[in-house]
Design a protein around this ligand. Structure first.
Ligand code: SAM
Ligand code: SF4
Length: 442
């Protein structure tokens, strides 16, 4: 870092983030570490002295995107060799030293538990790349206050890592073992966010509902967050169906700040495939959980993740997935073509469904979900919702946007008295599968 200060007295760092919300939150921690070390942030890679890509390894496609970006940045390195280029996150952990062979112009490679040491790694990076991919069972970055972006909603890490080892998934290998952020650190962060005007917090973790810190389980943590003044809405993602305890359901049902929306990844509607995936539940368990949740939490919206074409998925298994989607009628769903990942248990089993077939199956899932989402949203025409105002709607047209308690995007007319952070009542006038167009009742 000292050596680096000679090149640029006020060095600038540019961070590009790929993948899930956990990575977005991690980039905010990285920004804080870099600021403490004397770096200012820039939004332009061209202006930066240090360029960091915080990457995702969940599917091959995610890694291909980053490799493409690395080749583009090779050009920048040729023009400005003094720039330090670093690869962070899950892909750094997954590919370790081999990534330096593929992209020898990389100066440093740092896994998700190495961010504290980034300034030191940057200082060390010179002729050889500095690589630090040690996983640390205890690292939670609890003492580092992440640099959150402006906005009415903020994402707060409650748990890191994952112990579930689903057969298809690389997360436990690249993010390490499950660990909970101390509850007082979570509350300190949420309190600071509330003081800045944040109204909604989303608690994050790969299996966030498995949270445990001493005697405090996830239901307990939710109640502690709900006690923070100024915070009006609480959400969390992603819960694992197997960890959806009575305590969590009870906290959702009885704590008014917890919003009636749950992303509950199912992955498949076939018991045979769920067992092969090692998900730890059956379709019957899952459907029973859904019906208990819907009974206990009125107006609950549900979304999910679905993988098509996992090893051994036959047409009949795929039909069971479509049947489950029809039975649950999710509000929305994210679907993925199975991607073989090194290190996972399913890797050695190989692929049994070809790309064309995976393409056909995912297209069917998407078409079915579009139809269900549109039907569910159209059924809301005439209903009233409380919306937390976020700002101008993406497509503009003099409209504002915000989220309903069910996390649906509501679009409504601008009024001079309405500002971001307000909660207002809207009435749904029309709907698509993706948004609700609303009026403002007087
Ligand atoms: N922890 C969450 C859970 O258990 O559901 C999700 C973690 S992962 C970042 C998000 C989603 O990516 C998973 O729910 C799964 O649908 C998908 N995914 C994970 N590994 C995959 C793979 N090898 N191929 C395709 N999709 C995958
Ligand atoms: Fe991956 Fe399963 Fe852990 Fe989710 S629960 S992160 S899918 S191993």
């Amino acid at each position: 870092m000292e050596a680096f200060a000679e090149i640029a007295p006020q060095p600038r760092v540019y961070i590009e983030t790929y993948g899930c919300q956990m990575n977005v939150a991690d980039s905010q921690t990285v920004r804080a570490v870099m600021r403490q070390a004397g770096f200012r942030s820039t939004e332009q890679a061209e202006d930066a002295d240090v360029i960091l890509l915080n990457t995702c390894a969940i599917r091959e496609h995610a890694e291909e995107r980053v490799l493409k970006r690395l080749s583009e940045l090779a050009g920048l390195k040729r023009r400005r060799p003094e720039v330090r280029l670093g690869l962070l996150g899950c892909m750094a952990q997954h590919n370790r030293a081999s990534i330096v062979e593929k992209a020898p112009w990389l100066d440093l490679v740092a896994g998700p538990d190495s961010y504290r040491r980034l300034p030191e790694l940057i200082g060390r990076a010179g002729f050889d790349s500095a690589v630090d991919v040690a996983l640390d069972r205890a690292e939670t970055y609890a003492d580092i206050a992440p640099e959150h972006q402006e906005g009415v909603r903020a994402y707060v890490t409650a748990m890191r890592g994952c112990d579930k080892f689903c057969a298809f998934c690389v997360v436990p290998y690249v993010r390490g073992r499950e660990r909970s952020v101390p509850a007082d650190a979570v509350i300190r962060e949420v309190t600071a966010l509330a003081a800045r005007g944040v109204k909604e917090v989303v608690l994050l973790g790969q299996t966030v509902n498995a949270y445990r810190f001493g005697e405090i389980d996830f239901g307990g943590l939710i109640r502690m967050v709900a006690a923070v003044g100024g915070i009006e809405r609480i959400r969390f993602t992603s819960p694992h169906p197997g960890d959806m305890s009575e305590s969590v359901i009870e906290a959702m049902a009885t704590e008014p700040k917890v919003q009636p929306y749950l992303h509950l990844p199912v992955q498949s509607g076939s018991n045979r495939i769920l067992a092969a995936m090692d998900r730890g539940y059956t379709v019957e368990h899952y459907l029973d959980l859904v019906s208990r949740l819907r009974k206990t939490i009125p107006g609950l919206a549900l979304s999910t993740d679905i993988i098509v074409g996992f090893h051994g998925e036959e047409e009949s298994d795929f039909d069971s997935t479509l049947a489950l989607m029809k039975a649950v009628r999710y509000d929305s769903a994210f679907s993925f073509k199975y991607s073989l990942r090194a290190h996972t248990r399913a890797f050695k089993l190989g692929d049994t469904v070809n790309e064309v077939e995976k393409g056909r199956r995912i297209a069917e899932v998407i078409a079915l979900q579009e139809q269900i989402s549109a039907e569910r949203n159209r059924a809301l025409v005439g209903a009233k919702f409380e919306v937390l105002v976020e700002g101008p709607a993406r497509r503009g047209n003099g409209m504002l946007s915000g989220k309903t308690p069910q996390f649906k995007t509501a679009i409504f007319p601008v009024r001079p008295e309405i500002a971001a952070g307000d909660t207002i009542a809207v009435r749904v006038e029309s709907a698509t599968g993706h948004s609700l167009t609303c009026s403002l009742p007087l």
